[in-house]
Write a protein that binds this ligand. Structure first.
Ligand code: EPU
Length: 424
């Protein structure tokens, strides 16, 4: 297992370019299963979760071609002329919960799907009951046996009025992908408004789907008989961009994050400014500086456009260096504070009370050997390592490789002293 060795104390300076969004690419790859024609996707990041999804769509029957011209962004073309195996096996699903995104497309196109239940997860229970009940409302018969969800709709799906009990990002994407090939109109209420939902709706529309309202709480879909091929460029990864912005503020650097969409990062930008960082915007670039001492601010995670749960861990690292008490409340996942104890090992003063972390700062951070428990927790520990005195060792880097493209190369390009060491 690889680890990162970081010599902290160097500010991030210069610029870092953002990759395409992992969480927009995953549903986009699943959407390719909805047509027998070729779909080309640009700006799909080369991260492990994407490789897992590619393995899955290949297992299902798609032909995949990854073109990587030197110095250019990679393009992936997918053609699912036939569905050979409408199944997401446990071995693939257990490493990546987003595999459940193939459920909707498979039932819609093939009339049948068998998807392994994902099992436990480091950040919370993460059930998929809202995906399955949405599909049931679209007319699918759902059975659960031997650890698998089996869905069947031999006569095809029919439009329905679906209200999600709670907002779910991949649930919204999954049902939207199913509904585009259902007979008649589907309305999804209490839908997720994340930019990734809007992006996959854009791809589906260019494939011939009729969707209105993506990005609002109510999405209207008129089903069509078939979809055709398309080309699509995936949006910038707002979580990656946010991670680097927080890193720039935390190391008191002067960092430009390029190729991002500032509109997708409003809640973070507002919190960074409240904390005393200077954030300036120009088209697709955000620049962060921290000329003055940081002040503590409170953060509560919410669905978009609120403060993203995927930036909570990184923001907690920042608050360890802010003067005062910061209350960080996690409302999306029930167990997403694993990084707090590791940050404490580096010198942070954090008390956990249920869904709230109370961070008292500033406390000097010193490098230590820490273990990453999930993707965003790992990112938070890397940022803390950059700001710490001495050497930090971040173990189990495979978590970070799931969702950040060449993070150590990008950070090193901005002056960080970070290197990957492959364990024997
Ligand atoms: N939930 C249910 N039932 C369901 C689905 C969700 O109870 O059927 C609950 C979840 O347990 C959670 C809440 O609803 O408490 C919200 O979960 P959501 O379904 O929105 O999460 P997700 O779609 O599984 C996506 C991202 C996550 C991100 C969350 C929240 C992808 C592939 N994953 O997950 O990203 O944290 O939305 O914004 O889009 C990450 O990239 O590190 C990551 C975990």
């Amino acid at each position: 297992m690889d680890r990162f060795i970081i010599q902290g104390g160097t500010p991030l300076e210069g610029s870092i370019a953002v990759s395409g969004s992992k969480n927009a690419s995953l549903p986009a790859l699943a959407a390719c299963l909805l047509t027998s024609e070729q779909v080309s996707l640009d700006r799909v990041p080369a991260v492990r979760d994407i490789q897992t999804m590619l393995n899955l769509v290949k297992h299902i029957g798609a032909e995949i071609c990854v073109e990587k011209a030197a110095g250019k962004k990679s393009r992936i073309t997918i053609r699912a002329a036939e569905i050979r195996e409408p199944e997401a096996p446990y071995d693939l699903v257990k490493t990546m919960r987003a595999s459940s995104l193939v459920l909707g497309p498979l039932v819609a196109r093939f009339g049948r799907a068998r998807v392994s239940l994902p099992g436990g997860c480091a950040i919370g229970a993460r059930p998929i009951n809202l995906h399955t009940s949405g599909l049931e409302q679209l007319g699918a018969r759902i059975r659960q046996q031997h650890g698998y969800i089996e869905a069947e709709a031999p006569e095809g799906l029919r439009g329905a009025d679906i209200i999600f009990d709670r907002i779910t990002v991949t649930g919204t994407e999954d049902i939207m992908m199913a509904a585009v090939l259902a007979r008649g109109e589907t309305v999804i209420r209490n839908a997720a408004r994340e930019p990734e939902v809007v992006d996959v709706a854009g791809l589906l529309t260019s494939m011939g789907a009729q969707i209105e309202g993506a990005g609002t709480p109510v999405i209207h879909i008129q089903g069509v008989a078939t979809l055709h091929g398309a080309s699509h460029t995936v949006i910038a990864d707002r979580i990656e961009a946010g991670t680097f912005l927080i890193g720039g503020a935390l190391t008191r650097g002067d960092l430009a994050v390029t190729g991002c969409v500032p509109e997708h990062l409003r809640a973070l930008i507002a919190k960074l400014r409240q904390a005393g960082a200077e954030v300036t915007e120009a088209a697709d670039t955000l620049r962060v500086r921290t000329p003055n001492p940081l002040k503590s601010v409170d953060v509560t995670t919410e669905e978009h456009p609120g403060f993203a749960t995927d930036l909570q861990a990184q923001f907690m690292a920042l608050m360890t260096q802010a003067g005062g008490i910061s209350f960080i409340t996690e409302t999306i996942f029930e167990n997403r504070f694993m990084h707090a104890l590791e940050l404490a090992r580096m010198g942070a003063n954090i008390r956990l009370e249920g869904r709230q972390a109370i961070v008292a700062g500033p406390t000097p951070l010193s490098g230590a050997q820490v273990i990453a428990s999930d993707l965003r927790a790992s990112a938070s520990l890397v940022l803390a390592g950059l700001a710490a005195k001495g050497e930090a060792v971040i173990d189990r880097v495979y978590h970070i490789d799931r969702g950040y493209e060449k993070i150590e190369t990008k950070l090193a390009g901005a002056g960080a002293r970070i290197r990957r060491v492959s364990a024997k």
